[in-house]
Write a protein that binds this ligand. Structure first.
Ligand code: PGA
Length: 253
């Protein structure tokens, strides 16, 4: 089936690969494959590799940051700002990834970052997701708070410039407990849309795109898009493998 909607693929390379040479090879491989399709791929490499990767030109591929601080410059050891990254034509910024939340980013900090990203006319990708699924369904209110606090004070007309990635922590990475199902994603997608409507009064085409992330691979990608109705996918490990990424995009097309 050919998709009429534009599916967004976000590749989160985390702290991979090790050398800039490997990064360029991987980037070029993905560039070659994705140029055959109309779907868009956003690659978020380690920021150290961004200057070199930004020299490679290609259709449908854009660079993104894995994180930012909410200031342009100053005494923030080890951090990267948008003012620094802008020169390299960054389009997107991941915020609130669970691995970053673990090292101390609160919802309030994430909210400041989102406002800073939007002020710079870039697209924030807000990651939300629970640590575990409890029988009392507390995880719904956990996600609700992440959304309410993360997007607090953002003007209505900016919502369509935001992407929300639902990434349940129990389904992420090589230590994942199990894979999430497309139905589980779909339920959360509806829930998030309802929060956006009820809390912020934002509806229809103004509602952010809601994508899925957590052990996405060439076997389950199509299911999340078709059965789960995901607007896109946030891909970790598999985005480091050109062959698997090629199979993934082919399976979805
Ligand atoms: P994974 O990572 O695809 O390797 O599970 C996803 C993420 O952490 O964004």
């Amino acid at each position: 089936m050919k998709h009429t909607k534009n599916i967004l693929y976000i590749a989160n390379w985390k702290t991979n690969p090790v050398t800039s040479k490997e990064a360029v090879t991987l980037y070029k491989g993905l560039l070659r494959e994705f140029s055959l399709y109309k779907q868009k791929l956003i690659i978020c490499p380690p920021s150290l590799f961004i200057p070199i990767l930004s020299k490679e030109k290609g259709k449908n591929i854009q660079l993104g940051l894995q994180n930012t601080i909410p200031q342009d410059k100053g005494a923030f050891t080890g951090q990267v700002s948008l003012a620094q990254a802008k020169e390299f034509k960054i389009g997107y910024v991941i915020v609130g990834h669970s691995e970053v939340r673990l090292s101390g980013d609160t919802d309030e900090v994430i909210n400041q970052k989102i406002k800073y990203i939007l002020k710079n006319k870039l697209t924030p990708i807000l990651c939300v997701g629970e640590k575990k699924r409890d029988e009392g369904h507390e995880y719904f209110s956990f996600i609700e708070n992440q959304i309410k606090n993360g997007l607090a004070g953002i003007s209505k007309n900016n919502f369509s410039n935001v992407i929300i990635a639902y990434e349940p922590l129990w389904a992420i990475g090589s230590t994942a407990k199990r894979e999430a199902t497309p139905d589980e994603f779909y339920e959360i997608k509806i829930f998030i849309r309802k929060i956006i409507q009820d809390v912020f009064g934002v509806k229809g085409s103004q509602v952010p795109h809601i994508i899925y992330g957590g052990s996405v691979d060439e076997k389950n990608a199509k299911l999340f898009i078709e059965e789960g109705s995901a607007d896109g996918l946030l891909i970790g490990r598999v985005s480091l493998d050109v062959k698997k990424m090629t199979q993934l995009i082919k399976s979805v097309e």
